[in-house]
Design a protein around this ligand. Structure first.
Ligand code: NAD
Ligand code: UDP
Length: 324
């Protein structure tokens, strides 16, 4: 059945893939974005689709539309971007979520909230499963994002308990793919760009901290499956890859795959940088019959090829809209 689906943050890297996927499934898609970190380049190829609309809007302001489902993805995700204007980041998670949950309530839409592994903070439980409450600094530089996302989960649960809103909370673990903004400071894009240009690879700290990287295609299927579960399934649910790598291992792999002459250098570890991160995805396997299938090397090769073309074409990535 064709549904009307609102994707907030639809011009971001995950959002743009989700818009594509929803269109391919025959749905009508409203892509809402304030273009803070998102880019028209990510969605321009969809503009000619009959059932695709682009809406420039900031979710900290109320928004009205008749829709059946809402994927609430709007929020800067890279530490460099969410720390650029931390008060705005918190407003997006709190006021933005209230606006989207209020909309879901009014039009009786299902709403999926893009939460994050950051809600576990610097975890004391490894791997992280959904029942773990986390270890989060409420007053640090990352707090605008982690605490904001925790607040958005709380709001989802309260709208569900108080107003019977059909919610779905997904905790997304580190995701990468070609459409990331190369200048957004995240580790995969940083290392690939550095390696392709034979520049120093900037490993923060000793590089022994770990992350588990999932390719965007796997995530999109997980999000879609979660949205299409029965109303009794609300999450939170982890969606991520369970292959854990140290940041140093990632650097070495990217140097190998790009055949780069880059050297690894060490810079100070950012404040509150989590030391270990790996999801327990048993719940997603059982509930959604979902698991990631893309191996790190396979996804990295696709991403490397894309960035290589961007460098050769001199694509301009200075799109961060500083007025948001
Ligand atoms: P992104 O920065 O590429 O996309 C975020 C999008 O939201 C951008 O298009 C941006 O312009 C838009 N946006 C930001 N604030 C907005 C506002 N107030 N109103 C309207 N639009 C706004 O990041 P992404 O990696 O695609 O992340 C998408 C979502 O997934 C975010 O909610 C993020 O927290 C979550 N997430 C991502 C990851 C990851 O590894 N990429 C991990 C965990 C969670
Ligand atoms: N990192 C790094 N060099 C970089 C960028 C990031 O060593 O140039 C590290 C960062 O300190 C963190 C990990 O890579 O330990 C993942 O960082 P990212 O910003 O991609 O995501 P997050 O910290 O939100 O998981």
């Amino acid at each position: 059945m064709k549904k009307r689906v609102l994707v907030t943050g639809g011009a971001g890297f995950i959002g743009s893939h989700l818009c594509e996927y929803l269109l391919s499934k025959g749905h009508e898609v409203f892509c809402l974005d304030n273009f803070f970190t998102g880019s028209k380049e990510n969605i321009i190829h969809l503009k000619s689709e009959k059932y695709f609309e682009i809406i420039r809007h900031d979710i900290i302001n109320p928004f009205h539309i008749e829709t059946d489902e809402i994927y609430n993805l709007a929020c800067p995700a890279s530490p460099q971007h969410y720390q650029y204007n931390p008060i705005k980041t918190m407003k997006t998670s709190v006021i933005g979520s209230i606006n989207m949950l209020g909309l879901a309530k009014r039009v009786n839409a299902k709403i999926l909230q893009a939460s994050t592994s950051e809600v576990y903070g610097d975890p004391k439980m490894h791997p992280q499963s959904e029942e773990y409450w986390g270890n989060v600094n409420p007053i640090g530089k990352r707090s605008c994002y982690d605490v904001g996302k925790r607040a958005s989960e709380t709001l989802c649960m309260d709208y569900h308990r108080q107003n019977n809103v059909h919610i779905k909370i997904v905790r997304i673990f580190n995701t990468y793919e070609p459409r990331m903004m190369p200048n957004d400071g995240r580790v995969v894009s940083n290392f690939i760009l550095q390696a392709l240009q034979d520049k120093d690879i900037t490993v923060f700290g000793d590089g022994k901290q770990t992350r588990s990287f999932q390719y965007v295609d796997d995530l999109i299927i997980g999000l879609y499956k979660m949205m299409n579960t029965s109303n009794s399934i609300i999450g939170p649910i982890n969606i991520g890859n369970t292959e854990e790598f140290t940041i140093l291992e990632l650097a070495v792999k990217i140097i190998e795959l790009t055949n780069s002459k880059s050297k690894i250098i060490h810079l100070p570890l950012p404040e509150d940088d989590p030391l270990r991160r790996k999801p327990n995805i048993d719940l997603a396997k059982e509930t959604l019959n979902w698991k990631p299938i893309t191996k790190l090397e396979e996804g990295l090769i696709k991403t490397i090829n894309y960035f290589d073309k961007c460098i050769k074409n001199n694509r301009d990535y200075s799109t961060l809209n500083k007025f948001n």
